[in-house]
Design a binder for this molecule. Structure first.
Ligand code: SF4
Length: 482
């Protein structure tokens, strides 16, 4: 995976298992690809919610707490791995986010990005609310605690109707888990069940597999699923069918793990299909097809199968370089790429090479890989990309750079080819991409390619909007801005 574009967050929850905390730990491990900046687990014994969060990967955060994990026997837990799409990378923003209000304790875990968080925060601060983090998630707890909301027959449904943007949310109360997905279903969320009857909810089905749970179904857009002593129950906070879904198809192209199943299909199969489509649209005479591992691998297999050009591993990813290197800072990102990807000279020297990557964002890391392949003796390099040129930023939970930093912004294909130093370039068309998906074309978000944002956005917003807000109000300086 390219460090130019960052995963968002991963959620895991389990109800009714004596090893809930331990299973949450392993569930989070399997979702580690969705965020490596912080991790946390909140659990309850039915009376008290306890929460532990920390900076870094799951193994790092819970390295010294294996004893604690074994000792606690709470049967309800939720967990979170984070990459900061809103708010900076610091402990105060790590999740689950534990709060106490008039109805007791609640821990919240969020995947996505609330585009109206700043507005809501303005409103609440004007009435005296105090915020302790710069993440967009905290506003949700303030909405939950507002007395006029608490008095509603269904507080949670009422609160969710105030939120705009992309969100999958897990709420841990002392007696239950409530899992909700935004009305557009932008990010994935699914439920499953273990052999012993415990219910599991997770961002991706790979986390269900990790704890031996069977996939039941995806949480529907606009649905709240409750896991409690009565089992699994469901209700909708928007009338089903009134809003057309806008699933993030980039989840299938890049973010998700290959063995996951969501938006109606398996990720690996989808990537192979787009690789085949790419070969149909951009055929070239070559000796070998190599992927940029890992997310480009399945598309390269598809390209190779369709074109009958042999597949080989010309780039090898080091899995021993920790993801803690995947800093949000550009300088560290570049260093990380050099360390993580090595060229197999014997696979590319003297050959006409097709390089398949899932996407190109800034292009600087891709250019580095191309240079390395040239140095290793590749005769020709033909770049093939399994999605269209990314020209617009994402406001729904993916940390793309600004529009100006995107390689395809204001550059035509010839200029992109020159910038990367390749002999030819071919991007998959948007029509070709959508033709590979099982759901109708208009059920997907394509804003980063088309600029058509299904939920209207303020394009001046970025992940540090909350910090900028705080600086404006209090003169506070965030870690990243120092
Ligand atoms: S803009 Fe792109 S990355 Fe963001 S939700 Fe839409 S498809 Fe996904």
């Amino acid at each position: 995976m390219s460090p130019e574009k960052k995963e968002e967050c991963g959620l895991f929850g389990i109800y009714g298992d004596d090893e809930a905390i331990q299973k949450t730990y392993f569930g989070l491990f399997s979702l580690q690809h969705r965020g490596q900046e912080s991790a946390g687990i909140a659990s309850t014994n039915g009376e008290l919610i306890r929460c532990r969060t920390g900076m870094g990967t799951v193994s790092r955060v819970f390295r010294d707490s294996s004893g604690i994990l074994e000792k606690l026997s709470n049967s309800i837990a939720i967990g979170h791995v984070r990459y900061s799409t809103t708010g900076s990378s610091k402990l105060i923003n790590s999740q689950p986010f534990l709060s106490e209000y008039s109805r007791g304790q609640v821990a919240v875990a969020h995947n996505g990005n609330l585009i109206n968080a700043s507005l809501l925060r303005d409103e609440y601060e004007a009435y005296g609310s105090i915020f302790k983090s710069s993440s967009d998630t905290e506003i949700i707890t303030h909405l939950l605690a507002k007395p006029t909301h608490v008095s509603k027959p269904d507080t949670l449904a009422h609160v969710l109707n105030h939120l705009q943007g992309a969100y999958c949310l897990l709420f841990l109360f002392d007696d239950r888990i409530e899992a909700a997905r935004d009305p557009y279903g932008i990010r994935p969320l699914c439920v499953g069940q273990t052999e012993t009857g415990a219910y599991v909810v997770a961002s991706e089905s790979c986390a269900l597999d990790a704890v031996g749970a069977k996939f039941i179904r995806e949480v529907e857009p606009g649905e709240i699923v409750t896991l409690d002593k009565r089992g699994l129950s469901s209700r909708f906070f928007v009338k089903p069918g009134t809003i057309k879904p806008a699933h993030c198809i980039f989840e299938h192209i890049y973010f998700a793990k290959q063995n996951s199943f969501f938006f109606g299909e398996n990720v690996h199969e989808f990537r192979k299909k787009v690789g085949k489509q790419l070969a149909k649209e951009h055929a070239v005479e070559a000796d070998v097809v190599i992927p940029v591992p890992d997310s480009g691998t399945a598309a390269a297999v598809g390209y190779s199968e369709q074109s009958n050009i042999p597949f080989d591993m010309g780039l090898i990813r080091s899995h021993y370089v920790g993801r803690t290197f995947m800093s949000p800072e550009q300088k560290l990102r570049e260093m990380a790429v050099k360390v993580k990807l090595a060229v197999v000279k014997e696979a590319v020297a003297g050959k006409r090479v097709v390089v398949v990557d899932d996407s190109i964002v800034r292009g600087t890391t891709t250019r580095g890989k191309i240079r390395a392949l040239r140095s290793a003796g590749a005769k020709e390099i033909h770049m093939r990309v399994s999605c269209p040129p990314i020209r617009y930023p994402c406001f729904y939970g993916v940390d793309f750079p600004t529009k100006e930093e995107l390689l395809a912004n204001n550059r035509d294909l010839e200029q992109i080819k020159e910038f990367l130093g390749v002999d030819s370039i071919g991007y998959l068309s948007l029509e070709g991409l959508l033709s590979c998906a099982v759901l109708p074309e208009d059920h997907y978000c394509t804003a980063c390619w088309s600029g058509k944002y299904r939920i209207p956005v303020d394009i001046t917003m970025n992940k540090f909007s909350m910090e900028q807000y705080q600086m404006h109000m209090f003169g506070e300086t965030s870690e990243e801005n120092e």
